[in-house]
Design a protein around this ligand. Structure first.
Ligand code: PLP
Length: 324
């Protein structure tokens, strides 16, 4: 973290501020067990709220539901540059908010939040006393500039880690999803509670995995190579699909979030007629409770994770389908 981000020396102490996880999915899910109070501690007897972006990562919703929290989806659409305005839920909801999940850089849109945005969210969390889970597993998958992280925000705000947690993973950075290795960073009391929870209801990360993980985290060269490969694929996508309305090259992540009008119809046709597997954007999002609209509906998510030849073939077929 100290190498990747601009942090004052000594801001993090490994033994007090960091806990290894068997991948971050499980940790993101379990954090809700620490953050969302049980019914006896509900604020004014009201169900705690768990805020998340919409579209979202399904694990955030699962975590909210399984702890009795109310998942609240905050739109992240092209209109707000895919950056949700959490304050827009209003003071009543914020007063009963226990946890906010923000994936930055985001999945699926590849948006990067800047320092001003992150500082507003950290400040909001401290004002209303909720925890923010900064899911930064795509932090190392970027095109040009390394995205800033919320740890830098906390450093700028004085160094406190109150109300914040950060999740980092080897799954994307080192293409090591099968290794199951990540970690959470937070304030010592939260990390203590997390360690207690995990030692009660989880498995510790085995020593050989920790040794392999340490070696991967120490090495930046392979992460740079991986990044260069994604850059090549995004340049290729721009060459093949760049003249389509709705195409944009995200600053981070390895997904194309492509507006095709009707994502589900497109995903079905691409699979049936072109043997290309994409995911309908609506599957990552939930209908807006007031309008009933699913913000993911017009999109497909295209994972650019193949070798160059397969990616070129897949993108060419998508282009053929779109001009059909
Ligand atoms: C947004 C997001 N967060 C977290 C994860 C979890 O990654 P892992 O458990 O492999 O660290 C993923 C994996 O797909 C993801 O897309």
């Amino acid at each position: 973290m100290a190498r990747r981000y601009d942090l004052p020396s000594g801001m993090l102490e490994p033994a007090r501020n960091l806990l290894p996880l068997p991948g971050t999915k499980e940790g993101l899910f379990q954090l809700a067990q620490l953050a969302v109070p049980g019914p006896e501690d509900w604020p004014d007897g009201k169900r705690p709220a768990v805020l998340m972006t919409n579209p979202t990562y399904h694990v955030y919703k699962g975590a909210a539901v399984m702890t009795g929290g109310e998942p609240i989806y905050v739109p992240a659409t092209a209109h707000n540059n895919f950056l949700p305005d959490f304050e827009s839920v209003g003071p009543d909801v914020l007063a009963r908010t226990a946890l906010v999940y923000l994936c930055n850089p985001s999945n699926p849109q590849g948006t990067v939040a800047d320092q001003e945005y992150l500082a507003q969210l950290v400040t909001l969390a401290r004002r209303y006393d909720f925890i923010v889970a900064f899911d930064e597993c795509y932090a190392e998958i970027y095109r040009d500039e390394p995205p800033t992280g919320a740890l830098e925000t906390c450093a700028r705000l004085g160094g406190s880690l109150d109300n914040v947690t950060f999740f980092h993973s080897l799954s994307k950075r080192s293409s090591g999803a099968g290794l199951r290795s990540g970690f959470v960073v937070g304030a010592p009391d939260l990390i203590d509670a997390f360690a207690m929870l995990r030692s009660t209801g989880g498995a510790v990360v085995p020593l050989p995995i920790l040794a392999a993980s340490a070696a991967l985290w120490r090495d930046d060269a392979h992460a740079a190579e991986t990044r260069a490969h994604y850059r090549t694929l995004f340049d290729m996508a721009e060459r093949i699909l760049g003249n389509r309305t709705g195409f944009y090259k995200p600053p981070a992540g390895f997904f194309l979030w492509l507006d095709v009008g009707d994502g589900e119809a497109a995903a079905r046709a691409l699979w049936r007629d072109y043997a290309v597997k994409t995911v309908p954007g609506a599957f990552f999002a939930y209908p807006d409770p007031t309008t009933g609209e699913n913000p993911g509906k017009p999109y497909i998510r295209v994972a650019l994770v193949h070798d160059t030849d397969d990616a070129e073939e897949g993108l060419t077929r998508i282009a053929r389908y779109l001009t059909r």
